[in-house]
Design a protein around this ligand. Structure first.
Ligand SMILES: C[S@@+](CC[C@H](N)C(=O)[O-])C[C@H]1O[C@@H](n2cnc3c(N)ncnc32)[C@H](O)[C@@H]1O
Length: 300
């Protein structure tokens, strides 16, 4: 029987030769997944023997990874905001940089819930996650609110134009025990009749310029084009959402929109053109790169 370390060494070599820049980590994650244990246990027990069944499944997983498929799709899981999300080719794999949007959303929600007394009968805050994909943003928000006991004060809507993505988002909401506080709506951005207006609109919409799609790592070619393609300059879908905000966002409401690190100027120019007088700025991510547009609708 081969040991953990032997399989990892051979696997990492195979993936390195296939062009993976994280070959050893990929091999560790894939082997741990096939054995059914945590990656740290793999690293801690290099001389442990691996059964023939797990070794064969690992070889098959390596072949998929060597062909470019993302590790997250092979494992069927991606960690996001401290939660494990089911992922497959129905939706984009949630990216760590999107956690900033979740944190900003939670700060805003908590601020609204605590800044003024909320007498019994006050309507719940209304929050929309537009283009929810795997549900990463909306489900993370719902889980955090449930933990803090604030679920009843917030109504969460998650929309996507892709029924497949919505199905995955629903599965993740069920898996994390928050489906009861969420509504999933198949819509082009937002439903024609807004069940709002919303106090908070969250969106990580596609923002890759069409002509740069072929330059993305091969792993991205396994993800839905609908999740990535943002049109000529990458901001087509974001601009379409801006056009809907006067009807969708309540006075005093906030929109948090993820953008590409080089799109700040273009996004702020689009806002100035379509929503003059609405204050906007761009929040940087942990590495200092511009990442989330914070756009306020002035109070009436
Ligand atoms: C970049 S992915 C983000 C998914 C998820 N919010 C996340 O952060 O991982 C963009 C999502 O927007 C959806 N989408 C694209 N165009 C849309 C539209 N016009 N209306 C609603 N959703 C749209 C895609 O199907 C995809 O699920």
């Amino acid at each position: 029987m081969a040991t953990v370390e032997e399989l990892l060494r051979r696997g990492a070599e195979q993936l390195r030769a296939a062009g993976s820049e994280s070959a050893r980590l990929d091999a560790e994650l894939l082997l741990a997944n096939e054995i059914g244990i945590d990656r740290t246990a793999i690293v801690a027990h290099p001389t442990a023997p691996v059964g023939a069944g797990a070794a064969a499944r690992y070889e098959a997983a390596l072949a998929r990874r060597a062909a470019g498929e993302p590790v997250a799709y092979i494992r069927g899981i991606k960690e996001f905001h401290g939660l494990a999300f089911a992922v497959d080719d129905r939706a984009l794999i949630p990216r760590p940089e999107t956690e900033l949007l979740v944190d900003l959303a939670l700060d805003d929600i908590v601020g609204r819930l605590t800044s003024a007394p909320r007498p019994t009968g006050t309507r719940p805050l209304s929050v929309a996650d537009v283009g929810t994909g795997s549900g990463a943003i909306a489900v993370s928000v719902a889980v955090a609110l449930r933990k803090s006991g604030a679920s009843a004060d917030v109504r969460l809507f998650a929309t996507d134009v892709s029924p497949d993505a919505l199905e995955l988002a629903r599965e993740n909401a069920v898996g994390h025990g928050v489906a009861d506080v969420m509504r999933f709506v198949e819509a082009d951005l937002l439903p024609p009749v807004i069940p709002g207006p919303f106090d908070l609109v969250l969106a990580n919409l596609p923002y890759i310029p069409t002509e740069t799609l072929p330059e993305l790592p091969v792993a991205a070619s396994f993800e839905p084009g609908l999740a990535l393609d943002g049109g000529l300059d990458g901001l087509d879908v974001v601009r379409a959402l801006l056009a809907r905000l006067p009807e969708a966002l309540a006075p005093g409401g906030l929109a948090l929109l993820e953008i590409g690190a080089d799109q700040s100027d273009a996004a702020l120019a689009a806002i100035a053109a379509s929503l003059p007088g609405w204050p906007a700025r761009v929040e940087p991510d942990l590495t200092g790169r511009p990442r989330v547009v914070r756009l306020e609708r002035p109070a009436a």
